[in-house]
Design a protein around this ligand. Structure first.
Ligand code: NAP
Length: 254
């Protein structure tokens, strides 16, 4: 069984969905886990589920806020040995209707936010000769998809960022990987279903069935399945796995 006892982990977007499941899995393996998000309430709800999880509200798109989070959390619980850049979001629109605001907001949270979440950890991880960095990307980081051009571009950027950091840190005991979930049962999926139902003639059940059908297993991925892959990547025994984009999608092909 993986033990992360004595490790301090940061999980961004840990108040809900995939991030909450990852925070729980890392804490159950013995890590102290700091979670962040913009809203305090969902963070406190995750804290209440499992001992060893600590809430530090912060917006990943605000580099100064992330530097403050690092200072407070590392002073309280020690340097981060594990960083999971999970916070993200998507809105859909035909490419020709994407506004400059939608474009920049989507890149800010999914791509720049990932970099701002990870960058402050790099020097310390290199000095200590240990680090585990995992980006929660998406199958949209590996293939195209209609009506989510900014999200697809941002998640492809995340895969590129992951590969660049893996190359740069390889000699220092640090691994950098990405997990790429297909449609996963979270509040983000619920919002996507509502949008599809509102913009097409389908009801919510039909919209859900259409999305689930994209997974060859005919179902949604669970947050716990994504968390299981992240936990495995964080283990000491995964030291040789770096620069990888690992799909958790039931073998999805678009
Ligand atoms: P979710 O439940 O909506 O979680 C997203 C989390 O990110 C929320 O807790 C949110 O908290 C946080 N967040 C959003 N913007 C933030 C910001 N600027 N600063 C800090 N935190 C922020 O959705 P999810 O499905 O678990 O998504 C987690 C990750 O999985 C995302 O990167 C998403 O792209 C990826 N993903 C999801 C699916 C899927 O089908 N669900 C598939 C592939 C990949 P606040 O709103 O309080 O800030």
């Amino acid at each position: 069984m993986t033990t992360l006892s004595g490790k301090h982990a940061l999980v961004t977007g840990g108040g809900s969905g995939i991030g909450a499941a990852i925070a729980m899995a890392l804490a159950q393996a013995g890590a102290a886990v700091t979670i962040c998000g913009r809203r305090r309430e969902p963070l406190e709800a995750t804290v209440a589920l499992q001992t060893g999880i600590f809430a530090e509200p912060a917006d990943v798109t605000d580099r100064d806020a992330m530097l403050r989070l690092y200072k407070e959390a590392e002073t309280a619980r020690g340097p981060f040995g594990i960083v999971v850049a999970n916070a993200g979001g998507a809105q859909s629109a035909p490419a020709e209707k994407v506004t400059p605001q939608l474009w920049s907001d989507t890149l800010a949270v999914n791509l720049s936010g990932g970099f701002f979440s990870v960058q402050p950890a790099l020097a310390g991880m290199r000095e200590r000769g240990f680090g585990r960095i995992v980006f929660v990307a998406s199958t949209a980081g590996l293939r195209g998809a209609a009506y989510v051009a900014p999200y697809v571009a941002a998640k492809h950027g995340v895969i590129g960022l992951m590969r660049a950091l893996a190359a740069e840190t390889a000699k220092h005991g640090i691994t950098v990987n990405a997990v790429c979930p297909g449609y996963t049962e979270t509040p983000m999926l619920d919002r996507a279903v509502q949008r599809i139902a509102a913009t097409t003639k389908r009801d919510a059940a039909e919209a859900r069935a259409a999305l689930a059908a994209k997974n060859p297993q005919g179902r949604f991925i669970t947050p716990a399945e994504v968390a299981g892959a992240v936990l495995w990547l964080c283990a000491e025994a995964s030291a040789g796995i770096s620069g990888q984009a690992i799909e958790i999608s039931g073998g999805e092909r678009w």
